[in-house]
Write a protein of this length. Structure first.
Length: 277
């Protein structure tokens, strides 16, 4: 298996349903080449039921990894899900980010040893997000004209998410710009993920664990490739997350920037069971 797409979620089944619909419509990839893992940060049974329904007819293996709800623990559920991943290459998506039909294929085209990919997002408006979650549909299949109208009418903040450009060398111009990374759309080789001990769970609550992840990857010699005009996702509107821990997490990020370590303080390897001798 080449690709594992890990989708994080927490009690937002309407958004997750739209994301799974987008993933179910992927083209150009064999069922045995990829899998989807739902990284569930403690959602209720409603999310479990939704995933179970999709598992009956999903085009590839669909796993559900869940842990107890004890607060915002995105890094932990991502690390736990990575343990279960069978793919050589990991993609981390947020559960409110709809991929285009060519997302999986474009991801594999961008994958290159020694590099991780910072994907981008297109923001959808609050009003259109509500309509989409209630009535269904997939804007990832809109025409170029429809996207132009979406931008002009305020449904989306960009008009060209459909455009695909090679940008072979340009993608590497910001190779050490860790701030480019958005946690909602990340591609990384599993061996590189393990090398830095995954996401650092010592970051408490929302904020900056994705930047810490990028800094440590770059420090380990894995450089950043720009995924614009290749692997965009459509970000459904949501209320701003609780940012009460942001200042504390920023201080942790500053400590990372001043240090030389590449391993997460508390990360992936804590879940690896040593084989019995």
């Amino acid at each position: 298996m080449k690709l594992s797409i890990i989708v994080s979620t927490y009690n937002r089944p309407d958004a997750l349903n739209a994301v799974l619909q987008g993933l179910a419509q992927q083209v150009g990839i064999n069922a045995k080449e990829w899998e989807v893992i739902i990284a569930d940060d403690g959602s209720t049974v409603t999310t479990q039921q939704l995933i179970a329904q999709w598992q009956t007819h999903f085009p590839c293996a669909l796993q559900h990894v869940w842990h107890e709800d004890t607060g915002f623990r995105l890094a932990a559920i991502r690390n736990l899900s990575a343990i279960n991943a069978q793919g050589e290459y990991l993609v981390f998506l947020d559960g409110d980010c709809i991929p285009f039909p060519d997302f999986a294929v474009q991801t594999l085209r961008l994958a290159e040893p020694g590099w991780f990919v910072a994907g981008n997002r297109v923001l959808l408006s609050q009003k259109y997000t509500a309509q989409l979650c209630q009535a269904g549909g997939n804007p990832a299949q809109w025409s170029a004209i429809a996207w132009l109208w979406a931008k002009l009418s305020g449904k989306a903040n960009r008009a060209l998410p459909w455009l695909r450009l090679a940008l072979t060398q340009s993608r590497k111009k910001r190779a050490q710009r860790w701030a480019v990374l958005k946690g909602c759309n990340i591609g990384v080789w599993k061996q590189d993920f393990i090398r830095i001990n995954g996401f650092d769970e010592s970051f408490s609550g929302w904020g900056h664990e994705d930047s810490d992840f990028a800094v440590r990857l770059i420090r380990a010699g894995v450089l950043l490739k720009d995924g614009r005009f290749a692997v965009p996702v459509l970000h459904l509107w949501h209320r701003e997350n609780d940012r009460s821990k942001q200042a504390e997490n920023w201080k942790k990020l500053e400590e990372t920037l001043k240090s030389t370590h590449i391993h997460a303080v508390r990360g992936y390897l804590q879940y690896v069971t040593e084989p019995k001798k």
